[in-house]
Ligand binder design. Structure first.
Ligand SMILES: [Zn+2]
Length: 83
């Protein structure tokens, strides 16, 4: 049975809605901390070394892990200036 033009239009509208609902490739992720979309997909999701996540960039920047890492970088640059 061939789909009628009306059925075809309904399928296309449905397909469009599904694609609009999932603008990112792969499953859409929500941040484990604030429930906001992480703007990332499964392949490049952000997880801490303890396996916490996925996190959005904002919450990732609030983790002790990230702060420590970036504090070290800043500290290193400061030391370099003093030398
Ligand atoms: Zn978050």
């Amino acid at each position: 049975m061939n789909p009628t033009p009306k059925m075809q239009a309904a399928f296309e509208a449905f397909d469009k809605r599904i694609k609009a609902w999932q603008p990112y490739p792969g499953a859409r992720q929500l941040c484990a901390t604030c429930d906001e979309p992480t703007e990332r997909c499964e392949e490049d999701g952000i997880y801490t070394e303890d396996g916490e996540g996925p996190l959005c960039v904002e919450c990732w920047h609030k983790t002790p892990e990230w702060i420590l890492e970036n504090a070290e970088v800043r500290h290193g640059a400061k030391d370099a200036e003093l030398d």
